[in-house]
Design a protein around this ligand. Sequence first.
Ligand code: KIV
Length: 271
Amino acid sequence: MPGLEEVKKIRIPHLAEAKRDGHKITMLTAYDQPTAAIFDAAGIDLLLVGDSMGNAVLGHADTLPVSLDDCLRATRAVAAGARRALVVADLPFGSYEASPERCFDSAAALMKAGAQAVKLEGGRRVAAHIALTSGAGIPVMAHLGFTPQSVNALGGNRVQGRDRASAERLIEDALAVEAAGAFAVVLELMPTRLAGRVTAALGIPTIGIGAGGATDGQVLVWTDMAGLADWAPSFVKRFGQVGAALRDAASAYADAVRQGSYPDEAHSFPD
Ligand code: KIV
């Protein structure tokens, strides 16, 4: 099979085929229509309406304050910008953990808003949630390793699975989410070798973030990857300087207004 870049519209079965054929899967977060349309046109395979919107664009310290309404609004916008990419929406903290039924209800709301799949955090503790939701026809992506919604319990943004026992637990969790029906799993902040072991143990694709190059695909928070903010985690490579470009555009605009060179005749309406 040709690489995913040849596929006109990404659908869930393409991801398993990509893993089988050794083609890497690309994923970026998006929180609004214009960035979704730009990333879609750039050929990104999966757009994640991540609850990272909390710290990336909503001004929160972490993802915990993000509500289902925040994710629904962003999902509608991203779905409006995506033509080829598959839209995955995050189930935010508090919208699914209490029961498999609660998980299904929140996932169904995200699907009605335009998502084509949902993502949740956790392993064996959410296996029943994944089973009910995916069994009802909603594709579910799992998320293991550093799980940002558990930042308080984990004691900060720490690399996971460094010791043997926690590495074995992580592999057990990965096998459990696959058995429950997840179609893919995000692996965040873990040693490259462990991410490689999980990737080899699973039939479903793994998408890494801060987990090295042995996973089936990669995901980054777009504001980190494109350099919107001044700071980004150490595993992030900056592929652009969008923050500096915006700052330059804003100060050129302000200078032109102050000097009276904007608006000029070319940008005004004659009588
Ligand atoms: O919300 C998000 O952006 C995520 C990524 C870190 C995978 O979950």
